[in-house]
Ligand binder design. Structure first.
Ligand code: ZN
Length: 684
């Protein structure tokens, strides 16, 4: 389950300036409005869907219903993230839409910002730091506002009074200690009791681990292990642990029924028979909740590579569960970007060469790397845990045995990264944090290219490389598994992006282009990703821990030779790389160690590595980075609005065309989704 997507691998790319070549091909889109909204630490962007018009009518119809299915599970994620989220969102929306007091007051403005944050986090916690949002409006204002709107507009449940509702919400919104963190990864604490997520109720970490270990131990030598616990909530009632399964007839039924309804519609327009098989398996899974069926679905999904259109829809990634067992609901609908896919096909075609030459212990190399498909996609809809914050690459399925036997599908979402790049053209970031014009120029020239290539190498080869010793599973590394796995994939990419093979394969133009990626990676890992951490906090999120781990480790190892150093100029700190070739060797050395930890399931080594290099923050540097970043007035996090797809129908209701529009703003989109796709009960 730890093999997967990388939300924000491309922090660096967010600040990358486009090359002249990119500018040429995108000249016609210069007047497109990429930046849509800005609040708190968030900027909302818009992405384009190039070439949608050139799809066939059938493909557009197929996409249209898959898009609808992608939006139908929205409420599931809110409830998974925290049991009060839907109630909070609906109450805030009711105030926003019906408040008759002074809408120009500071309190109302603060409530609007808070609501925008809740939409961005799919709940009351930050999507990335997992910290609870701090309301900047007063409790009195909130209570008065709730009391002053029509009761029927509030999410009151079973005769609940407004006072009772407020009693709950006042605690949830204003008590800073209550539900403080969505996913707590702090070493030593009970990870479930200290996390606000809604995957477990009244269950301790030990009880949950015990519960699932017992199931696993019944079949210790299972060669096709089921992803136990993936699609359920674990609840303790009267001292008995039970799983509440997510399926039609079970928990989240109404939303799942809508998803299935739209999948049925989509199926009529599938491009080939295999796509129909995939949809049937998924519907079967949504109906029965049988995890064996889920694996069968994953296998059929991996096999389907012939069509232009593809999708992810379901309980997929486990980052939201501190134990990494339970999956959040997400969806992405997309079609193939043919030109850009050629780049990743080249990488995949040479997968075995990369594996055979990898700087790891030869006994951990895969004799045969197979089943890697790689493509660049154009996203048409983001849903669930991929919205508004989205990954820029996805590698699925997560079950190791399926990946080993059937391979995986790996995609990079180029219309999303393009939106990042375009929006950051004039950010001022490079001017503030890059050491000199040398770094600025090399990143300007090659940054976009190398950052796409890094993503491709990470997704297509990095996660797929290496093998585990027999009896070892990804679960051995427990809470450190995600960080170690991301480090493994990143290091694989960092090591190879500097290889002369890149020039041989025509992926990079020369032997120094890779330096753009090295510079942005090191600067980000050592310094600038700290813009995402609040003062006095540690690094929690797996991808950030991974980047800090890599950057700090090579920094320390290279100290005696001064490979990378911090330099000061006018009281400001800069990252300077003095020896790029030696830096590459250090990435290789670390990859050797990380692969060994993974292959042998060495929990203690993983823990030591992550805790020593990936968690702690240099407070002085942190404060400086925050100050400089603040002065740039940039939002460290980005979210997206989706385009609006409209089905044009004839008098019989048949779709004759699907049009696309980019005019909807963030608030209108969220309110529309809450109106049209709000399928789960009021106070769940
Ligand atoms: Zn990854």
């Amino acid at each position: 389950m730890k093999y997967k997507f990388l939300p924000m691998l491309m922090i660096a790319s967010m600040f990358v300036v486009l090359t002249s070549c990119d500018k040429k091909t995108k000249a016609s889109t210069d007047d497109f409005q990429y930046s849509v909204d800005k609040f708190a630490d968030i900027e909302i962007l818009r992405y384009q869907v190039p070439d949608f018009e050139s799809l066939t009518l059938q493909q557009k119809q197929y996409i249209y219903y898959l898009n609808e299915a992608a939006l139908s599970g929205r409420d599931i994620l809110y409830d998974q993230n925290c049991r009060y989220n839907l109630c909070v969102r609906r109450t805030l929306e009711a105030i926003y839409e019906n408040y008759s007091g002074n809408r120009n007051s500071n309190d109302f403005a603060a409530l609007t910002t808070y609501l925008k944050q809740v939409w961005m986090g799919n709940g009351i916690h930050h999507h990335y730091s997992y910290d609870k949002f701090t309301p900047e409006f007063s409790q009195k204002f909130f209570n008065d506002a709730v009391k002053n709107i029509d009761k029927n507009r509030l999410p009151l449940e079973n005769g609940q009074t407004v006072d009772k509702l407020l009693e709950v919400l006042d605690k949830v919104i204003f008590d800073a200690e209550f539900l403080k963190k969505r996913v707590n990864q702090a070493d030593g604490a009970d990870l479930l009791l200290t996390s606000a997520q809604n995957y477990y109720e009244n269950v301790t970490e030990a009880e949950a681990e015990n519960f699932y270990n017992k199931i696993k131990n019944k079949n210790p030598n299972e060669t096709q292990p089921i992803s136990y616990g993936l699609n359920s909530k674990l609840v303790k009632e009267n001292d008995i642990l039970t799983e509440k399964l997510w399926h039609i007839g079970g928990m989240y039924s109404v939303a799942i029924e809508k998803i299935v309804f739209n999948l049925e519609k989509a199926k009529q327009f599938a491009e080939n028979e295999q796509q129909k098989v995939v949809i049937d398996k998924l519907i079967d899974f949504y109906t029965t909740a049988n995890l064996k069926t889920f694996d069968e679905y994953c296998i059929e999904w991996v096999k389907e590579t012939a069509g232009m259109v593809d999708f992810i829809n379901g309980f997929t990634e486990v980052y939201g569960d501190p134990l990494g067992i339970k999956a959040s609901w997400e969806s992405v609908v997309n079609f193939k970007n043919i030109a850009a896919t050629k780049r990743t096909e080249t990488i995949s075609a040479n997968a075995q060469w990369f594996e055979d030459n990898s700087p790891i212990d030869p006994k951990f190399r895969k004799e045969e790397v197979k089943g890697i498909t790689a493509k660049v996609i154009t996203v048409t809809m983001l849903g669930g845990d991929c919205y508004p914050s989205t990954p820029i690459g996805i590698n699925l399925p997560n079950a190791n045995w399926i990946r080993a036997q059937y391979g995986s599908k790996s995609v990079t979402m180029e219309n999303i990264t393009e939106a990042y790049d375009r929006a950051s053209l004039n950010s001022g970031f490079a001017g503030e944090f890059y050491w000199s014009d040398y770094e600025r120029n090399i990143v300007k020239e090659y940054g976009s290219l190398t950052s796409n290539l890094h993503t491709d190498l990470h997704e297509c080869l990095g996660h797929a490389s290496g093998k585990l010793m027999s009896g070892i599973s990804k679960d051995n590394l427990k809470a450190y598994g995600s960080t170690i796995e991301e480090a493994r994939a990143d290091l694989f990419a960092l090591y190879y992006i500097a290889d002369h093979k890149m020039i041989e394969l025509n992926l990079l133009p020369n032997d120094s282009a890779y330096k753009a990626e090295y510079y942005t990676y090191m600067m980000n890992g050592l310094m600038t990703q700290l813009t995402r951490i609040l003062p006095d906090n540690n690094i929690e999120e797996a991808h950030m821990r991974n980047r800090a781990l890599i950057a700090n480790w090579v920094f320390e190892r290279g100290k005696t030779d001064n490979v990378v150093e911090f330099k000061e100029k006018d009281g400001k700190t800069y990252v300077v790389i003095n020896d790029y070739a030696r830096l590459r060797n250090l990435f290789g050395e670390l990859l050797y160690q990380i692969q060994t930890i993974t292959s042998t399931g060495d929990y203690q080594a993983a823990r030591q590595m992550v805790e020593q290099y990936g968690v702690k923050v240099n407070k002085t540097l942190h404060a400086e980075v925050l100050k400089r970043y603040k002065e740039l007035n940039l939002a460290p996090y980005k979210g997206f609005v989706n385009p609006v797809f409209t089905a044009i129908t004839d008098k019989n209701g048949n779709i004759t065309d699907v049009t696309i529009s980019y005019s909807e703003n963030y608030v209108d989109q969220q309110l529309r989704y809450s109106k049209d796709y709000s399928f789960l009960g009021k106070n769940m």
